[in-house]
Design a binder for this molecule. Structure first.
Ligand SMILES: NC(=O)c1ccc[n+]([C@@H]2O[C@H](COP(=O)([O-])OP(=O)(O)OC[C@H]3O[C@@H](n4cnc5c(N)ncnc54)[C@H](O)[C@@H]3O)[C@@H](O)[C@H]2O)c1
Length: 339
């Protein structure tokens, strides 16, 4: 049984808690959420809604609560810590936990800077521990289905692709709209589609981004990822009006089909035959990612879906996209990705 402690109990941690509660009810469950730590104890009882998950249940009576990390680690026999704290604090906390001998699941983006992300990789390697970054889109069944189509070349080659992720400004905490702490929309939210494009198509050879500052830096972003035979466009914007609902999706054009994701509905429009939506219902990416992490901890198998070096590479690409945005959208090579 993998015993887990949550580190940080703000917006996304509530979604993690709900995921553990579902996993713990499964037959032969191998995971148990035991305790929750937050530096600010008032967070335990606060009601929070985030852009893609509203009105989350918040019964915490089953868990041991701590506002001191050392005390939680001393009192509980934990195997894995699930880190849900602000991005600018990921490196320090994750390295500390890896150095203390724990496996770590950490929310995306991996870190505020590429250099910090690489220090996390070093700590993971030095301590021979596992580290999974919560790129939830890689763990949704619809995206696994899409990747399978691409990997097996079922409808031919990619002709063109476009991704979008749009939201009102994230105001459920004070740090997301400070680009020094969150990295801005480009790192916090737009990054999801950059990472998903890498998951689907592999690494681009160059990037360019046009970006606009609205609330902080890099709030509204239009990125082109350059591949040998096509380009993938991505729009990531969290400067929409306050009542605008969170919206995301993509369109991937292939030689013999156009495939569209709208929210969680994937539709395949083949060149020949009728359009259809595959029966992909397992789309709680956070739940699936945690289940996957528990499985690889139990079995010792390799992390093939989302190796932590890949998460660091996504942070590197975002760094180049920011550089491009600062230079008016200049096309920049990303051929020398750190390995
Ligand atoms: N996967 C997704 O789609 C998704 C969505 C939202 C947020 N996130 C990521 O999750 C992380 C947390 O975001 P959030 O929106 O939940 O933030 P939040 O501000 O709502 O919550 C962060 C919590 O961490 C606590 N905290 C701060 N420093 C701490 C420390 N050193 N130790 C323990 N607790 C500490 C705060 O008191 C707060 O309760 C960020 O990296 C964010 O980018 C991911």
């Amino acid at each position: 049984m993998i015993k887990v402690g949550l580190v940080g109990f703000g917006g996304i941690a509530r979604v993690h808690k709900a995921a553990y509660e579902t996993l713990m009810k499964e037959a032969n469950s191998k995971v148990k959420l035991v305790s929750i730590f937050d530096v600010n104890a008032s967070q335990f009882t606060k009601s929070i809604s985030i852009n893609f998950a509203r009105d989350i249940q918040n019964d915490i009576s089953a868990y041991h609560l701590y506002d001191d990390l050392d005390e939680m680690l001393a009192k509980e026999e934990l195997h894995m810590l699930d880190v849900c704290i602000p991005t600018f604090l990921h490196e320090k906390t994750v390295c500390d936990l890896l150095n203390r001998g724990y496996h770590v699941y950490c929310e995306k983006p991996m870190a505020a800077t590429f250099e910090e992300a690489m220090r996390m990789i070093e700590a993971k390697r030095d301590n021979d521990k596992r580290l999974l970054i919560g790129h939830l889109l890689r763990f949704m069944e619809i995206n696994a289905y899409m990747k399978d189509i691409l990997d097996k070349n079922i409808y031919g080659n990619v002709v063109d692709a476009a991704f979008y992720r749009l939201s009102a400004a994230p105001r459920w905490n004070g740090w997301l709209l400070d680009a020094d702490k969150s990295g801005g929309c480009i790192l916090d939210m737009h990054m999801h589609d950059i990472d998903l494009a890498r998951f689907f198509f592999g690494d681009p050879y160059a990037v360019s981004t046009l970006s606009k500052d609205v609330y902080t830096r890099y709030d509204t972003n239009h990125t082109t990822l350059y591949y040998d035979d096509f380009t993938a466009q991505a729009t990531g914007d969290w400067a929409l009006s306050a009542s605008f609902p969170f919206t995301s999706g993509y369109r991937i054009s292939l030689d013999k089909a156009t495939i569209v994701l709208d929210g969680n509905t994937l539709t395949v429009y083949p060149e020949e035959g009728e359009a259809f939506s595959p029966d992909c219902t397992e789309n709680d990416g956070i739940l699936n990612a945690i289940r996957y992490f528990v499985r690889i901890l139990e079995t010792g198998e390799d992390n093939t879906v989302n190796p932590s070096i890949s998460s660091a590479q996504t942070v590197y690409i975002i760094k180049k996209m920011k550089e491009s945005a600062d230079r008016g959208g200049k096309k920049l090579s990303v051929l020398n990705l750190p390995r």
